[in-house]
Design a protein around this ligand. Structure first.
Ligand code: ADP
Length: 487
């Protein structure tokens, strides 16, 4: 049986700042269902959802002298919480303080996670008595793992294979070059095929440079990041590693996101019977103070309110959409100026627009169910989850053709793939192109038979993790075979 150690910096239901945590909660489970033996290492941030925990063992970290502890939720020995209260159990988020500033010691905090992962990977944690065949690291917070394993191999130690997944290349874990020495990392590796990125020491760069295989979360993003437009300064390195770079689309948690049984919804529905969706729309409108009208075109958006997500493009076109009588519900938080502009626009159109600047799981489900269409004009999108939730809920996504959006949404006018049409796709990341797409969507909404046909195709898609998990499993075997063959 294949043994995999996953390392995440956040994981549903214990901690979450974005889609990475959703993957942490779902992919290990899906792999286990395929027969893999999977353990997950994740820092413990002091989360109330954890319930009772059981102490597992202490881990002495080489060089730094830190002693961390591993704990598991009762009944879930495969989850390993890394406990080091001085680093992780603080007021604030996993990466930032309550003011939204990065923790100044993020290099040390995540280096500890990486060192402990390596101790487990090398079978040196005696309390565990377990050693993986493959380590699956995720995003910059785990980028030193491939590097540390490479350092071990240089002195002759056997090491497991290591796969590094990019969930978002924009966050690179950059620190001053001087941060390497206190972490006991050799200065000789600070070069362009090592840990150096434009003069900085980068955890992400280390992950990309030293892993056996790199994946990212959609096939299109895997291509895009090898270009200067999307490569965030790492395209050169990624090109040199293109033979060992591939994209596997994320899935969604199909139990949590199921319109047929979603506990957050006032009514349930399915592909065969969408009556409940109309009730969800009516309830969304009345609960938010929007004019209750089944015929008005209702757009939803749930997003971090940042430039990446195209919030500025939405702000550009909102006045015209509202003038045309559409309704818009936005849920999210982020850039203060975007938040303020959205709130001002909503205040000026109380029966047509709502902006909720908060994180609200229940409302996010009710928007996915109650809206007619979903706005997701991201400039880049490694995979994206909300467009898949939308598809599953029969809420047609309006997206920019990029990354995972391009891989999951097929335009209503795509004549080459008529059986896959399930939304609206525009090519240029500009407000005008988004505007055209929204108007095309509204025009189709006015033709119920055509709209309903698109909803059928959207809801019939398979967005489950099984598909992705199978692809990862196959890749693990390929990587192991390649290493066994000495390549
Ligand atoms: P990213 O990870 O770049 O933020 P994704 O689409 O991959 O984008 O994942 C975002 C996740 O966070 C989704 O599960 C989405 O529903 C959720 N989310 C984002 N903002 C909010 C919010 N304000 N309230 C509730 N859920 C949110």
């Amino acid at each position: 049986m294949l043994r995999t150690l996953f390392v995440f910096s956040e994981m549903v239901p214990y901690s979450k700042t974005g889609g990475l945590a959703d993957v942490g909660g779902a992919l290990p489970l899906a792999l286990r269902q395929l027969g893999a033996e999977v353990r997950v290492l994740v820092p413990y941030y002091g989360c109330p959802a954890t319930g009772d925990m059981r102490w597992c063992c202490a881990v002495n970290v080489p060089y730094t002298g830190e002693t961390a502890e591993l704990w598991s939720p009762v009944g879930e020995a495969q989850i390993l919480f890394l406990r080091y209260p001085a680093y992780y159990e603080r007021d604030g988020g996993p990466y930032q303080d309550t003011q939204g500033e990065d923790w100044p010691d993020n290099d040390r905090r995540f280096a500890l996670l990486n060192r402990v992962a390596v101790e487990i990977a090398q079978g040196r944690v005696s309390g565990l008595n377990w050693r993986p065949d493959i380590v699956h690291a995720n995003d910059w917070q785990t980028g030193l793992i491939p590097y540390l394993l490479d350092l071990e191999a240089r002195i002759g130690a056997a090491r497991p294979a290591v796969l590094f997944t990019i969930h978002n290349l924009a966050y690179q874990g950059r620190f001053a070059p001087g941060a390497m020495a206190p972490l006991h990392l050799p200065a000789a590796d600070f070069h362009w095929l090592g840990t150096e990125l434009y003069g900085a020491f980068s955890f992400m760069k280390a992950g990309l440079a030293y892993s056996d295989q790199i994946t990212t979360v959609s096939p299109t993003y895997a291509e895009e990041i090898q270009s200067s437009a999307f490569g965030m300064g790492l395209d050169g390195l990624l090109q040199t590693r293109s033979e060992h770079l591939s994209g596997i689309l994320n899935g969604i948690d199909a139990i949590h996101w199921n319109p047929g049984a979603d506990p957050y919804l006032p009514a349930h529905y399915s592909l065969q019977d969408r009556l409940g969706k109309a009730q969800c729309k009516a309830q969304l409108q009345s609960s938010l103070g929007l004019r209750p009208d089944p015929h008005v075109f209702l757009l939803g958006m749930i997003s971090r309110l940042v430039e990446q997500k195209g919030t500025d493009m939405v702000l550009d076109i909102l006045p015209d959409l509202l003038r045309r009588g559409m309704q818009v519900v936005v849920l999210g938080s982020g850039d203060k100026s975007f938040e303020r502009q959205l709130l001002e626009m909503a205040a000026a159109h109380p029966t047509q627009m709502v902006a909720r600047i908060t994180f609200d799981e229940g409302l996010s489900h009710r928007i996915e169910a109650g809206a007619d269409a979903f706005l997701m004009p991201s400039r880049f999108e490694p995979c994206g989850l909300n467009q898949m939730y939308s598809l599953r809920y029969g809420t047609l996504p309006i997206v920019h053709r990029t990354g995972g959006l391009a891989d999951t949404v097929t335009d209503a006018d795509d004549f080459r793939h008529p059986l896959q049409r399930n939304g609206f796709v525009f090519d240029r990341p500009h407000s005008d192109a988004l505007h055209d797409a929204v108007l095309r969507a509204e025009a189709l909404f006015r033709q119920p038979a055509l709209w309903s046909h698109l909803q059928d195709q959207a809801m019939a898609g398979d967005y489950s993790w099984q598909h992705s998990a199978r692809a990862y499993l196959q890749l693990y075997h390929e990587v192991l075979a390649r290493r066994a063959g000495g390549h």
